[in-house]
Design a protein around this ligand. Structure first.
Ligand code: PMP
Length: 350
């Protein structure tokens, strides 16, 4: 454990300075999607990804309760063995309806969806071309598949084009993009990036819409829908842990041979499927999100208001204008960030 000592010391130093232990801070009661009791006080939740407030939707909760009664607490099996219940089929049908695709595959988390899709599509001798700011699950998918990682500068079309140009023409290249990048809350220029990719042979495109689902595009499919590039994207990965309001991950695609992935994708095959209550809540939530125009407009108004307020107060933000529901405040260093976190908590803001 010597290699962890720097982390142990960093944590001890922060706690000694009077900062709250993040693992000690629990939500004693959750009052709504936006308010919880923390340390005995009502606290406004600004850090959740509960974009659409679906965690407390009465239909979603009712569906979960019914599934618990009808199917029990868990499946105790992989999808490939005894883990496929009616609810797993239903949530995949809901995803196909939501995304308008012929295929949908549900994973136990969004992390596993990236891990599974990337490691299965790109193996030894193949290349994964990814944005330097990619989510950890995307990087980990590359490591699991043993593909060569080629990174391009964040949201930089020229750099993407240049790096693709250096790779062997006959090699398989999986290009992984995100609709919304979670650290800065900025949106990818997908049409330009996809046009650059299509100049090179043997490329497939996967877009992670974890933060785009529900919020972007006429049907809430994500940034790739909003920007009109649906036909050019081979695979869309997403999560149930944000707009959908529960837990789980998925991939949707129109690839004619998509179904074979259920047999060859290890993070899909070798893990238990989601509990019936979870897939029932997810299916209900996804179907309701198909008609969530009002919620979307409300979220957009809130994002703009928060961005303007923080910007008027003089904070440096992740983007000059609001681009998504993530409004990042950039502070000078870790000490300042932790002190700010602590001060806000004491004022009732998580
Ligand atoms: N992709 C992105 C871009 C994410 O931000 C996240 C979660 N923060 C995930 C994937 C993983 O999702 P999950 O929480 O379902 O594992």
């Amino acid at each position: 454990f010597d290699k962890f000592q720097p982390m142990i010391d960093l944590r001890a130093g922060l706690l000694a300075s009077g900062v709250e232990d993040p693992f000690g801070l629990v939500m004693e009661k959750v009052l709504s999607p936006t308010v919880a009791m923390c340390n005995g006080r009502e606290t406004i939740l600004l850090g959740t990804y509960n974009y659409m407030g679906m965690t407390f939707d009465p239909d979603v909760i009712a569906a979960g309760k019914q599934a618990l009664d009808d199917f029990g607490a868990g499946t105790t099996g992989s999808r490939v063995l005894n883990g496929t219940y009616q609810g797993h089929k239903e949530v995949e049908e809901a995803l196909k309806a939501f995304y308008g695709t012929s295929g949908a595959m549900v994973f136990s988390t969004g992390y596993q969806a990236n891990l599974g899709m990337i490691s299965t599509l790109a193996g030894k001798g193949d290349y994964v071309v990814l944005d330097a700011d990619s989510h950890a699950s995307i990087y980990d998918g590359c490591f699991l598949g043993d593909a060569e990682i080629v990174r391009f500068r964040h949201n930089n079309v020229e750099d993407l084009d240049k790096r693709l140009g250096r790779l062997p023409a006959d090699a398989l290249k999986l290009v992984v993009l995100e609709g919304v990048y979670s650290m800065l809350g900025d949106v990818a220029p997908l049409p330009d990036m996809i046009a650059a990719v299509r100049r090179h042979p043997n490329c497939m495109i996967l877009v992670d819409e974890a933060h785009g689902m529900g919020f972007f595009g006429p049907n809430g499919r994500g940034v790739y829908e909003e920007q009109g590039v649906e036909k050019d994207v081979d695979f869309v990965v997403g999560t149930f842990s944000k707009s959908v309001g529960t837990v789980g991950g998925f991939c949707v695609s129109n690839h004619p041979k998509f179904e074979v992935l259920r047999l060859v994708c290890r993070p899909y095959v070798f893990t238990a499927s989601l509990p019936p209550s979870v897939v029932a809540t997810a299916a209900t939530s996804i179907r309701k999100l198909m008609h969530a125009g009002e919620k979307r407009a409300h979220l957009w108004k809130n994002s703009q208001r928060l961005h303007k307020g923080l910007s008027d107060l003089g904070f440096r933000l992740g983007t000059e204008t609001p681009q998504s529901a993530i409004i990042a405040v950039i502070l000078t260093d870790q000490t300042q960030a932790v002190a700010m976190w602590q001060a806000l908590l004491e004022l009732g803001l998580y």
